[in-house]
Design a protein. Sequence first.
Lengths: 222, 439
Amino acid sequence: MGIISLETTNRLYWLGRYSERVYTTILLFSRGYDTMIDGPQSDYATFCKKLDIPDIYTCCDDFSTDYCFNKDNPDSIYANLVRAYDNAILLRQDIGSDTLSYIQLAIYEMNKAKSSDAPLIELQKVLDNIMAFWGMAEDNIGNEQIRNILKIGKRIERIDLFSRFKRPEADISREVNRLTARLVRTSIPYRKENIDHLNDLINHFPINYAKIIEEVDTVLEE
Amino acid sequence: MDATDLYKHADTVNELLARYGVKFGVYKNNVFNEQLFPFDAIPRVLEHEEFALLEKGLKQRVKALNLFIKDIYSHKQILRDKIIPEEFIYAGSGYLAECDGVMPPQGIFTHIAGIDLVQGKDSAWYILEDNLRVPSGASYPMIARDLCRRSSPKTFQRTDIDDNRNYADLLRRVMDFVNPGGHVAILTPGRFNAAYFEHSYLAERTGAHLVNGSELVAENDHLYFIDYSGRKEPVGVVYRRISDEFLDPMTFNSNSLIGIPHLFDIYRKGHVAIMNAPGNGVADDKGIYYFVPKMIKYYLGEDPLLQNAPTYLPYYKEDMDYITKNFDHLVLKDVAEAGGYGVFFGAKLTLKEKADFKALLRAEPRRFIAQEIIDFKDIPIMEKGEAVPRKADLRAFVLMADEPLVWHSGLTRFTRNPDSFIVNSSQGGGFKDTWVLSH
């Protein structure tokens, strides 16, 4: 299995991105929602702005339900999980049935959370399955190239999201270092100038988050 | 055999099957839905001696079918000898003129045959159908067995059963035997195909690449798999899970977007094996089924070891007369339909429908076959904690490498409706594992 097609590469990359998007946006949402319990109930507008998604929500409760669980809302966590699944289901032979099964389980847990009395706490089980997916991918996928492509997607998504939420410089720096190390281990075409630029950016304070997003989102060649 | 322990854990096994995505897709009202394939934990058990007889008969049948297809696309001796009327070949949609004169690698056409059987109340087995195009279903009992062994190890310690988890090894043996050189690819139309789970699972288990048409390219009379850097690797085997007409838009349906342009040219030159071979439909037409016992006699000089369900062809006058007289006791099948569709029970039609149907038989005698209704043996399934009897069939799998290989298991499909004989998954049926006892 030493050969990976362009389609498979694309699916692996987006599986990495969407699974990470689900994981990190659940965490970001949980923190944001927690501040809305005591603070301004309209803070979800800021959350949407940071993610660059339209604020279509009517109130805090509508936001928490729709953003998490409405699979017809293309920006929802659920819709992103479905996208992760749509890629994963086409990769059984590359990632293995066991690895794939955790994305399937995350879907089941998302459905259970949606119909639960306490949906937000139930999202923890979605997180658990995404973590298990990553653990299984690390442990179970023998082909290093496949692991690398998945992780490149994961790192790019994480740098993008961390930058949007202006996470501490150390967090961004760690992720850029991980991405750099991963890219040089693959033969995926990437723009070296973007990586060089990203490494410069993390060494200049205060960190230019907008520029980091711009660089990381175009690091891979089409 | 005590199945108590097995069905005690049936819910867990079904949960795990769901976790592993053991599903099939169904289009209803133009909407695609993935459905779980309900698994019943009580296995169908076949005695060692009983299966040994089936195995012999299945090998015999598939050998003859392979020889028949080879003959039809080369010398056509069986037609010259008038064993089968020519119109049954040329008027059927399964015959592909493009395959005339084409010999696949190792002369194998029927790499994977799915033979559907039922057991009558008298315990006799009857062949209902030969599936020689893209038969599916082996993956379900294979994965179910794996989970059942985990849920109830003691049951398997106590009972000596042939291990069925070797299906992928058998399949790989066939792939390697016919491979003229290169990678092995499983060509899928994509995840919205009813059997997509099986495509991906078999790719995982055989170590083949799961590909769609756009990932393979024909160049200089060879087929290549292209990686993300543009590197090309030769492909020697395409286990296609798409129909003949979509395989190659340059040869068959020019509107096909899921095939590989010029694949057939490469196949014709012997540079790639296509599993199963294009054109096999000529032998698994329900009309041709009638002639399989004659083929066995003709090609092998042997009496058939397995019997067909008693079948009548409206094409023959004496059969037509029989059908007209015994209409209420027969089941009529449209030869062009599959999946449990196009099946009509004479007794269930109204008087007007019967009259219309008989007129249709006279107008299109080649379109239908009529069969005696086999009173299947019921087998138990668990429903709401109770064992209840239901109709079931058995799909046996015969693979052809240097010799025919019969998989020591099979897909047992059952109806969940107590009044129905239709076991197809697309119509709500479930499945069971099939155990072949080792002694």
